[in-house]
Design a binder for this molecule. Structure first.
Ligand code: PEP
Ligand code: MN
Length: 352
């Protein structure tokens, strides 16, 4: 539940309410209002985490200092919008301590572009190309979750080395998928900036817990056969480890017959941007699975309220080890689409 207090509630009154709640074994996260903001923005709000029922809510509502008690069933507790319009951002440091990239919280659209699977020859030039075209973060998989055991599984540790050597040259942070809790130390050793958990691990709770414990930003991908509710609840495993650097990524789902690789879940961006307070990213490559689908899917995502767009690029798709067919390879095309996406992202804000 969320507790809103009356303006001017004193510290002793707050502590009395919180003591009662903690006595029930629940966790209280106080959110002080923003001083100098609107009256609505400057009131004290507490988020309560636990198995709250109607009786608990009634007891809390009986305190004179409590203005309202809002049940938040349906939306996982850590992700709920505390106040309408209050969106948290996630900042990712640039290599060498040269500033940071911030996603969400009303910041300009962030573009994450890079090779699907890291390869020795093309990762660096592909990531340089993505940067020149306007991307802010490079993506690249060293561990690839493949449907068939006979398909290329990724360069593994060698891939992390290639990826991070490229990072040092390109100067952009990197996001890379982790498949297994046993690889956490490796990802820490190479200081991967954003840990990606993939659609196939969307309910691998042990992995989500360990990834959350690292304290690193996490790009959590919706499960392709999970409801939004299931995916949000799973993402809460990350945040419950005290990690609020969660980025929620949609990437299409298994559908009942559609023209693209997956059935797009673009409209969920509209709903999520109104119900959760975390940055939202749309993966235009794994949803459409088609080079020709990427530009317009990104346009729809950007206009629809996504905070970021993720896509595969490769300067020589014929040599790509995975998913070359969906990779954008022409720098001018990429630069044009990123420019339009950013314009649409700005225009879309007028609809909020
Ligand atoms: C990927 O981003 O390379 C990937 C495998 O994505 P997903 O988990 O969405 O299939
Ligand atoms: Mn891919």
């Amino acid at each position: 539940m969320i507790i809103q207090y009356h303006l001017g509630t004193g510290e002793d009154q707050l502590q009395a309410v919180r003591a009662l709640i903690r006595g029930w074994g629940f966790r209280v996260q106080p959110n002080p209002g923003e001083a100098g903001g609107s009256p609505e923005a400057s009131i004290q709000v507490d988020n309560v985490f636990g198995n709250v029922n109607d009786a608990h809510r009634r007891e809390v509502a009986a305190f004179d200092c409590v203005k309202s008690v809002i049940p938040i069933e349906g939306v996982p507790q850590n992700l709920s919008l505390i106040r309408r319009g209050m969106h948290h951002s996630v900042s990712i440091p640039l290599p060498g301590g040269k500033g940071e990239v911030t996603i969400g919280g009303g910041k300009p659209l962030v573009v994450m572009a890079g090779v699907c699977a890291v390869d020795a020859a093309y990762t660096l030039p592909s990531h340089q190309m993505a940067k020149r075209a306007g991307a802010n973060i490079n993506r690249g998989g060293a561990f690839k979750p493949r449907t068939s055991p006979y398909d290329f599984q990724g360069l593994k540790e060698d891939g992390l080395k290639v990826l991070t050597d490229a990072r040092a040259e390109v100067g952009l942070p990197v996001v890379s998928e982790i498949l297994d809790v046993r690889d956490i130390d490796l990802f820490m050793k190479y200081d991967i900036d954003v840990l990606q958990t993939g659609t196939r691990n969307a309910q691998n709770f042990e992995l989500l817990i360990e990834v959350g414990r690292t304290g690193k930003p996490v790009l959590y991908k919706r499960g392709f056969s999970n409801s939004i509710d299931e995916s949000l609840k799973a993402a809460n495993y990350i945040m419950e480890q005290g990690n609020d650097k969660l980025i929620f990524c949609l990437r299409g789902v298994k559908g009942i017959g559609h023209s693209f690789r997956n059935q797009g879940d673009l409209d969920e961006i509209i709903s999520l941007s109104q119900t959760i307070d975390r940055p939202i990213v749309y993966d235009v490559s794994h949803s459409t699975g088609r080079k020709s689908g990427v530009a317009r899917a990104g346009a729809m995502a950007a206009a629809g309220g996504a905070d970021g767009v993720l896509l595969d690029v490769h300067i020589s798709p014929a040599h790509a080890l995975v998913d070359g067919f969906q990779a954008i390879d022409v720098e001018e095309d990429l630069a044009r689409m990123i420019k339009v996406w950013r314009q649409l992202h700005t225009i879309g804000r007028a609809l909020n």
